[in-house]
Design a protein around this ligand. Sequence first.
Ligand code: NAD
Ligand code: IPM
Ligand code: MN
Length: 361
Amino acid sequence: MKTITVLPGDGIGPEVTTSAVRVLRALFEKSGRDVQFIEKKIGGAAIDTFGTPLPQETIDQCHNSDAILLGAVGGPKWNAQSMNVRPEQGLLGIRKTMGLFANLRPVEAFDTLIDSSPIKRSFVEHVNFVIVRELTGGLYFGRPSERRGAHHEQVVDTLSYSKNEIERVVEKAFQLAMKRNKKLTSIDKANVLESSRMWRELVNQIAERYPEVTVSHQLVDSAAMQLITNPAQFDVLVTENMFGDILSDEASVITGSLGMMPSASLRSDKVGLYEPAHGSAPDIAGQGIANPLATILSAALLLRYSLDMDQEAAQIEKAVRNVLSQGYHTCDLQMEQPNNHIVNTAEITDLVINAVNENQT
Ligand code: NAD
Ligand code: IPM
Ligand code: MN
């Protein structure tokens, strides 16, 4: 039997994971697969119960799982806490403890959502790329990271990468490019940062083993502009942790909403953590209106990468496409077609499950 650990977290996290688990259960029922779901706390919810954002029992359960499905962490309730008890540390901690160094964030402009993006239709059409974000190094995990001086006149955050940390994520990106359109764009700040210069050198070295892949380098500031003005040029993007964080929220604008961007955090074996790229959306939490599609699409990635269920993963993706093409969407998406219907979280989940069950896929 396979085990999926569910970490709903905070804000809309429990709402969107409930949706994704419902879709997965429907699929497992259909295919007769024996999979158990075990729920654990992370983030603010864990602080409230255990006084820590990443309890040991959550870590142990994740280590005994085939895959982890996570909602989101954080919220105003915990913002006043000192840094070491913030909900976000729970998320960083589980990524680090599990060694999930490669975060894949696919960006796809679904036909029916092209006019939902504020970017011109002609720029967004046919866009389909994946951001590969390094996830367990860089500024997020720098040591020292501290305030100095009697009155904290100085703060220090350090950006450190080892050769191995860079090589393994770049290698993953090349492997992905080989399965796609064989085009890799590496994004750095090599005109300023030493870590970026090493990043660029290692990309060029690894490129020699992948002669079929066309490699280019872009500086992150220019890349941020090109993501809007010419997103169709990209196939696979690879970049360090913080650049990847910022560029992925920017890239979500192409899809029409942050609520449309799934993610897979992977390592060298099949175990992975799957979560939407968005946060806990405190402004809409508890209203039942959050878009669950990023989490449902993350569940599809879970099936593909951790459970070898490619066909079922494709069924979810097609079901999502079908539901959107019928004009159904949550209120974060702006659709301007005559037959559009705004639905809530539970309703769009029902529609996806119906589409999966009816095999309209
Ligand atoms: P956010 O992603 O939570 O929200 C940004 C905006 O997008 C909000 O207006 C929100 O309503 C909207 N939005 C996000 N997801 C949506 C969805 N599925 N459906 C509809 N609308 C959606 O970012 P934020 O407001 O900057 O951060 C809120 C909290 O979430 C912070 O505590 C932050 O640290 C945390 N956060 C967590 C994660 C994570 O757990 N992976 C990611 C990002 C932010
Ligand atoms: C994300 C989030 C997290 C990150 C935060 C909440 C720690 O923004 O998953 O993109 O920066 O990695
Ligand atoms: Mn982010």
